[in-house]
Design a protein around this ligand. Structure first.
Ligand SMILES: Nc1nc2c(c(=O)[nH]1)N[C@H]1C(S)=C(S)[C@@H](COP(=O)(O)OP(=O)(O)OC[C@H]3O[C@@H](n4cnc5c(=O)[nH]c(N)nc54)[C@H](O)[C@@H]3O)O[C@H]1N2
Ligand SMILES: Nc1nc2c(c(=O)[nH]1)N[C@H]1C(S)=C(S)[C@@H](COP(=O)(O)OP(=O)(O)OC[C@H]3O[C@@H](n4cnc5c(=O)[nH]c(N)nc54)[C@H](O)[C@@H]3O)O[C@H]1N2
Ligand code: SF4
Ligand SMILES: [Mo]
Length: 593
């Protein structure tokens, strides 16, 4: 019996190590002794990924062709003047970026900014200079864990053993599974996290529980931060946030003189204000002196490439990923992504994609993007190629090995090599040498590869790239509360899908008080469009929001083409909606009874 290892390539905090026995998918399992895993994989890996129908043949204009023919057409398309590579996060292996090297040779355009964590990341960098991952071992040493806009039982299940037995505080407009187990659940209004962080910081300073010694030594601009806090009188602010002072004071008991970890997710920063929110949460942590100490800190999606010299980094023209003007280009290569559904404002995106002369889709599954493509190139799954898996949730790095042989598809490296050959370009090294260059930069310890940026306790010396700088407080905020009759549209993840991969859905979760029945069809309308969805009543929601999970067909017809104040991030939740009975739905008349 052979037993080989690889790592999960799906876009997820956990980056699980996988053991494959007998080269059969039915025999894959997690590695029970891996520091970040517990032997179990999630249902996406146990089931979904094996059931999904993949694209088996290359296509040109809807006709199946050989891979060679299709790659010739790709090479021809890149002879056009204006070419763009739009890469999604369908596979988190570092080899995805090898295609940058070809784009550089043809003076093509890449993207900057993010659909995901970019606003929060920018807010963290403003305070700390660099976004280092808090090691999971430190989380294990905390007394209190504040789960803040992260749905950990769904998106980060391998975190659960690390927070067992701790005081759990949850801050979320939805009573999530972890909120039901928490000591305190602050069910706040969406998009008020900034104010909550500032109010908590203010209370701590009012009662004199701030870490003055640490603040003096490691921070700059405290007076201006103090002035900003004073702008938010407690009573008014709490009314907007939608919680009472007693609840807030209860939370203080779990923060004061404790080792505290904030587990912050993407939920708090899918707004134009997202960077300020993370900066304010970091500032709250700084008031408590939580940086650079054992069992404390803020854990967000870390910068997984920090500390690496990236052999695929190229200097090139870029356009914003969240608002890409596709129709400015003659040739667009979409790799590992599904922008026609995952980007905000699908109507605009689809119209633009329809105008691209040579739209190339390089991926695994059919979707709204593949449907529009002139050339379709089937990819290899992460089981079928060699790669290196970094993680934004922990410091461990895994070599991904080819554990399945398949005739289908082409790897990103071979795709790039074919294009280098077709154009007669020089300078592409072997695949093995790139993988060695990535792994060669890692720390090797107890049989594990660890990120070169790893520090047992980050920021213990100080902040910035080299630890010789200080923490910068948040001192400016130019936004206000948004209150009206409309409902916030929240779009968290689900355990049945990985963004738009695997199970798709057509449901909207509504609070029962809105009066719609289970299974009823409703029209959800925003400033940007309307989508018809089936109702699932959910009394765990805050009264002023609805939930449509991010695997839902048509969801992004409702979302805006705007980017965050900082970090050029998509703002999926900077949108309010109204709900109407679907005109054609008969049973809906029941609700007036
Ligand atoms: N099974 C599964 N796992 C995944 C993914 C997947 O699609 N499926 N996707 C992966 C990816 S790409 C990412 S980026 C991560 C993201 O993983 P998370 O960081 O967990 O992000 P979300 O699933 O969007 O959940 C965010 C939580 O924030 C809450 N929330 C929404 N708005 C607000 C707000 O204004 N304030 C506060 N305090 N909370 C709010 C939501 O109710 C939800 O509980 O998950 C990864 N893991
Ligand atoms: N409304 C709303 N929209 C959102 C979000 C939200 O919270 N709300 N979340 C956003 C977030 S956090 C993210 S990260 C983005 C994700 O958005 P995208 O990056 O577009 O990811 P997916 O939609 O999952 O599409 C991934 C595609 O990659 C392809 N693929 C998988 N593996 C490979 C491979 O090895 N090679 C190649 N070439 N292709 C492969 C598959 O065919 C799949 O269709 O979505 C964003 N969209
Ligand atoms: S999707 Fe996440 S939890 Fe599931 S196996 Fe992959 S890395 Fe682990
Ligand atoms: Mo993401």
């Amino acid at each position: 019996m052979t037993s080989r290892t690889t790592a999960c390539g799906l876009d997820c905090y956990d980056a699980c190590k996988i053991i494959v026995e007998e080269d059969r998918f039915s025999k894959i399992k997690g590695d029970a002794v891996h520091p970040a895993g517990n032997g179990a994989l999630c249902t996406l890996l146990n089931k979904s990924i094996h059931q999904e129908t993949r694209i088996e043949s290359a296509r040109i204009d809807g006709q199946d062709v050989s891979m060679d023919e299709a790659m010739k057409a790709v090479a021809n398309a890149f002879k056009q003047e204006r070419a763009l590579l739009w890469r999604g996060s369908g596979n988190m292996g570092v080899m995805q970026e090898v295609t940058n090297l070809f784009m550089k040779k043809v003076s093509g355009t890449l993207t900057h900014g993010s659909l995901c964590d970019g606003a929060g990341d920018a807010g963290i960098e403003k305070g700390r200079g660099v976004n280092r991952t808090l090691p999971i071992e430190q989380i294990k040493k905390a007394d209190t864990v504040v789960v803040w806009g992260r749905n950990i039982t769904v998106t980060n299940a391998h975190m659960m053993p690390f927070i067992e037995g701790k005081n759990i505080i949850v801050i979320d407009p939805v009573k999530t599974a972890i909120a039901k187990k928490a000591e305190v659940h602050l069910q706040i209004d969406p998009r008020t996290d900034y104010y909550l962080a500032m109010s908590l910081a203010r209370l701590i300073c009012l009662e004199g529980s701030q870490d003055t010694k640490w603040i003096k030594k490691f921070t700059r601009g405290y007076e201006a931060f103090y002035d900003l806090m004073q702008k938010y009188p407690l009573e008014d602010t709490l009314e907007h946030i939608g919680i009472g002072e007693a609840e807030l004071r209860l939370v203080l008991n779990y923060l004061r003189d404790k080792k505290v970890v904030f587990l912050v997710g993407t939920g708090v920063q899918k707004y134009v204000t997202g960077a300020s929110t993370l900066h304010a949460i970091d500032s709250l942590a700084a008031v408590l002196g939580l940086f650079g100490k054992e069992g404390s800190g803020v854990h967000y999606l870390g910068n997984s490439k920090l500390g690496f010299q990236n052999p695929f980094w190229v200097k090139s023209e870029t356009v914003s990923k969240a608002t890409t003007p596709f129709s400015d280009f003659d040739t667009v290569l979409v790799q590992g992504g599904n922008p026609a559904e995952s980007m905000p404002d699908s109507t605009r995106v689809r119209e633009e994609l329809n105008k691209v002369e040579n739209l190339i889709y390089f991926g695994l599954y059919e979707n709204e993007t593949s449907k529009r493509a002139k050339i379709v190139i089937p990819a290899k799954t992460f089981f079928e190629k060699d790669d290196v898996r970094l993680s934004y949730g922990h410091q461990y790095i895994e070599k991904m090995n080819r554990v399945v042989q398949s005739e289908i598809g082409i790897s990103e490296y071979d795709f790039t090599k074919k294009l280098f050959d077709a154009f007669g370009f020089k300078g592409l090294e072997s695949e093995a040498s790139y993988i060695k260059r990535w792994l060669g930069q890692c720390i090797e310890e107890n049989g594990h590869y660890i990120s070169p940026a790893y520090e047992e306790i980050p920021y213990s010396e100080g902040f910035g790239e080299d630890g010789d700088d200080v923490f910068e407080w948040i001192t400016v905020y130019d936004h206000d509360f948004i209150h009206d009759e409309k409902l916030w549209l929240l779009s968290p993840k689900t355990n049945k899908a990985l963004n738009t991969q695997f199970k798709r859905d057509n449901k909207v979760q509504l609070h029962p008080s809105l009066g719609y029945a289970e299974g009823e069809m409703v029209s959800i309308t925003s400033e940007y469009g309307t989508v018809d969805l089936e109702v699932v009543p959910n009394e765990d929601l805050h009264l002023n929001c609805v939930v449509v999970t991010s695997n839902t067909l048509g969801l992004n017809i409702l979302t805006p083409s705007i980017v965050s104040d900082e970090g050029e991030n998509a703002c999926y939740q900077e949108v309010k909606i109204t709900v109407h009975p679907h005109p054609g739905y008969q049973k809906g008349s029941d609700r007036s009874l």
